[in-house]
Design a protein around this ligand. Structure first.
Ligand code: NDP
Ligand code: PYC
Length: 337
């Protein structure tokens, strides 16, 4: 099949149809397709269309519930909870996010706990959605044991993503979003598929020896970013986004699934903060001060995180999204299955 260029809408419809054909409810299929297409649109291949097969495998194994209806549990407090009912996380996030932002504006700070979900996507779509409401936000979730703690030699922690966003009036927000492993597991899988070696320092093999072979890395363990520092942040995510919210840690997720062939089932923690409320009564406008800082960073020739992504988005919005012949053939096969 030749390379094919689709508009963002065309690709979203195609991916949505794949999920509807697989028996997923429209309420879940739409938000799931949106985060997958957002990954392709923004040049984040590790969480783009390649993820669809993993979603379908997980559905077929009964490890994610395509018919689940997320339920919002709320009182007047700062903690909002959505039980995803074993379904995918994007629909559950969409249900809780507006209330999270409102509560943060009212109270200064609020948290959204999503329990009992399959979370397979990048975190930045959620962070951007919260920044659109004018709040700063943090998001984190465990994954499954694929990363050795710093100084250790076997998988225990997850690739545990961590993201932050700061709203910028009349501009796209400041957002960073990264795996707490040196690279996301999706990157290792893409290297395996392409037959290319990994950069050094990403992984160790089953015997705890450094490896650049993607298959040995998948069979062995990935490494945390920044040595003991990344290891500690990843451990914090196990505690806050697992144990504290009454959901699975990465080790418990792997025990539940028995394999990394399926997408991870666990919970997620999001925290939203109102810059206006935190700075009330103090000198200076927090948004203006943030702009001064961003300008100073750029002024040194450094780039802001998400700048590459936003540039890729602009190209996709203008020219469409080009998928390789192999990717299109896979999508067509998945649609017909
Ligand atoms: P990257 O290392 O590619 O990027 C991490 C962040 O750093 C991005 O915000 C990126 O912005 C920014 N960045 C990269 N290079 C620079 C630079 N030179 N200067 C300034 N900023 C820079 O991400 P990862 O591979 O660690 O993670 C990829 C994705 O995987 C994340 O979106 C994460 O949420 C997702 N993930 C999801 C998991 C899950 O369980 N759901 C598990 C693990 C990962 P930019 O994009 O513009 O380059
Ligand atoms: O890329 O590490 C990863 C990942 C795990 C779950 C979703 N993405």
């Amino acid at each position: 099949m030749p390379d094919t260029t689709l508009t963002i809408d065309e690709l979203t419809q195609l991916v949505t149809r794949i999920f509807l054909n697989a028996g997923v409810t429209p309420a879940q299929a739409g938000p799931v397709a949106q985060v997958i297409v957002a990954g392709e649109r923004d040049g984040c291949k590790s969480h783009g269309v390649y993820r669809i097969e993993g979603c379908l495998r997980t559905l077929a194994a009964g490890k994610v519930q395509g018919q689940a209806q997320p339920v919002l549990q709320q009182d007047e407090g700062a903690i909002i909870r959505v039980d995803a009912g074993g379904g995918f996380s994007p629909g559950a996030f969409d249900l809780g996010a507006p209330l999270l932002a409102r509560r943060a504006q009212d109270l200064g700070i609020a948290a959204l706990v999503i329990n009992n979900c399959t979370h397979f996507s990048a975190l930045w779509p959620e962070i951007e959605a919260l920044c659109d409401h004018g709040v700063a936000a943090l998001a984190m979730c465990p994954s499954y044991s694929t990363v050795a703690p710093s100084g250790g030699n076997a998988p225990l922690l997850g690739t545990n993503p961590f993201a932050f966003g700061w709203p910028r009036p009349d501009k796209l927000p400041y957002v960073f979003d990264f795996a707490t492993s040196v690279a996301a597991r999706g990157e290792i899988e893409l290297h395996r598929r392409a037959g290319t070696p990994l950069p050094e320092g990403w992984a160790i093999d089953r015997d705890g020896q450094p490896t650049t072979d993607p298959q040995e890395a998948l069979d062995g363990a990935m490494l945390p970013f920044g040595g003991h520092k990344g290891s500690a942040i990843s451990t914090m995510i196990e505690l806050l986004g697992g144990a504290m919210i009454g959901d699975l840690t990465s080790r418990e997720t792997l025990d539940y699934l028995g394999t990394t062939d399926y997408l991870p089932h666990h919970g997620e923690l999001l925290i939203a903060l109102s810059p206006e409320r935190f700075s009330a009564g103090r000198p200076g406008d927090p948004f203006a001060r943030a702009e001064t800082l961003f300008k100073a960073i750029s002024g040194q020739g450094a780039r802001l995180p998400s700048q590459r992504r936003f540039a890729a988005r602009e190209v996709s919005q203008r020219d469409g999204i080009t998928l390789s012949g192999e990717e299109m053939a896979r999508l067509t096969r998945l649609l017909d299955d």
